[in-house]
Design a protein around this ligand. Sequence first.
Ligand code: NAD
Length: 455
Amino acid sequence: MKISIVGTGYVGLVSGACLADRGHNVVCVDVDKRKVDMINSGHAPIHELGLPELLKRNVGVRLSATTDLAAAVADSEITFIAVGTPAVDGRIDLRFVEQAAAEVGRAMGEKQGYHTLVVKSTVIPGTTDGVVRRSAERASGKVAGQDFGLGMNPEFLTEGRAIEDFMNPDRIAIGGIDGRSQDVLQKVYASFDKTPVIRTNCRTAEMIKYASNSLLATMISFSNEIARLCTAVGDIDALDVMRGVHQSLYLTTYTGNQPPVKAGLSSFLEAGCGFGGSCLPKDVTALIAQGADLGVATPMLRAVLDINYQQPDEMVRLARQHFPELRGIRVTVLGLAFKPDTDDLRESPAFPIIQRLRDAGAVVTAYDPVARPENHPGLLGVRLASSLQDALQQSQVIMLVTRWQEFEELDTELAKLKLTPLVVDGRRLLDPAAFSHYEAIGWRPLASADLGRPS
Ligand SMILES: NC(=O)c1ccc[n+]([C@@H]2O[C@H](COP(=O)([O-])OP(=O)(O)OC[C@H]3O[C@@H](n4cnc5c(N)ncnc54)[C@H](O)[C@@H]3O)[C@@H](O)[C@H]2O)c1
C-alpha cells in the first residue's frame, strides 16, 4: 500500500520504517526539515535500537521523507497522523493534531477518489470523530464516511525497543467510523496475521490506549506506595516483596517442566524513583482532565500522579540521611533519559530530582550515556559530564536515576577511582553489598531499621 505518515517523531518514524520494511511504500512528513534531511540521507534523528539498520535498508527503496504534506497525501491511499499531543496546563493540547487534520483535509480536497485518514497519536476519547472529523471535513469540503475514511489506530510501542514492539505487536486496535475505514486500516496490518485485532469504533480505540497507559502508571505508583511502607517498617526489601507478588499465578505462567514465564506487567511492579516519558504522565493527566470536564471524579488516577510526583522527594530524603545539609555537597545524577536505551528526556524524573538538589544548594553533575542535551532548561547550573568516569570525579553522592546497563559497573568504576561516595539507587539496579554507603527506594536493612517501634 502507499502510506503517508504526518509527524516523524518516535512513533511516526518507527511506524514508517517498520511498515516500509513490511513491504509498503511509505512517505514520512514533518515540518522539521532537519529531520526530513536526516532521514533521506539514511540517518536516524532519534536513538532507537535497530532504527539505523531499518533506515539503511529502506530509505530510497520504499521509504522517503518530505516537508510537502499535500504531495504525500496525493500520492498515498492512507495517511496516519502521528504528531505530538503534549499536556499543557493539566490537559491535552490537540493543536498539532487539529492542524495536521486540517492540512490533510485540504490535500484530500484537492484529490480525486477515496482517501483514509487515521489518527495514530494518543488522543482523548472523542477526538477522532470530533475535532479531527470536523477539521478534515471543513478543510476538504468532503464528508467522512462518504468521501473519505476516518480511523483511529493507537500505538503501543515502548521507546528503547520500539522496532521490536512494532514488528511483534501484542495487539492491533483498529478503530473506524465505518467498516470501510476499518478495512483499509486493517489492510495495512495484513502481514501481522498472528496478532489479535480489536475492530472497534474510534472512541473505544482511543480509550484502549489511555486505559493501558493508566494501568501501567497505576502499577508503578502502587509499587512505590508499598515500597514506602516497607521502608517505614524497616527490614523489608520491597524488591523481595514484589518478587513474591510476581510469583502469583496471575503474573507468572507455570507450564509443566518449562521454566516459569513472568508476565511483562511484572516489570511495572517494581519500586523506583518514578515514571516519566512522553506518555504515562501526560496521558494520565489528560484522562483526569477529561473526567473533570465530564463531571467524573478520578481519585485513583490523581493518586497515581501524586505518588509519582513525590518520588523525587524520596530520593533527596535518602541522601539527607547521610548529608542533612546538602548545600555545597557534590552530587552526581546518573541518567537523564526517562528510561534506558532512549535519548528521550521528556518528563524524566531526573529533572525534578536535579531541581530539588539545586534548590538545596548541592553542586550537581549529570551524565547520560546517550542523551547529551544542550541548553536544556532543567540543566541550568549543572555540569554535564562526558563519561561515567568524568561524572564520578570527586562525587560525594551518586543518584542513579536511569537503569542504563553501563551503570551496572558503578562499583568497579568507583573502585578504580578509589571513591566511596553515598550511592542512592533509584532503580534497584545495584548490589547493596558492593558499596560502603548505600541507600535505595524500598530498602532499609536491619541495622538501620528502628526495631524498637511497635509494628
Ligand atoms: N513516544 C512514544 O513512546 C509513544 C508511544 C505511543 C504513542 N505515542 C503518541 O504518539 C504521538 C507522537 O509521539 P512522539 O513521541 O512520536 O512525538 P514527537 O514529538 O517525537 O514527534 C512529533 C513530530 O510531529 C511533527 N509535527 C508536528 N506537527 C506537524 C505537522 N502539522 N506536520 C508535520 N509534522 C508535524 C513534529 O515536528 C515532530 O517531529 C503522541 O500522541 C504520543 O502520545 C508516543
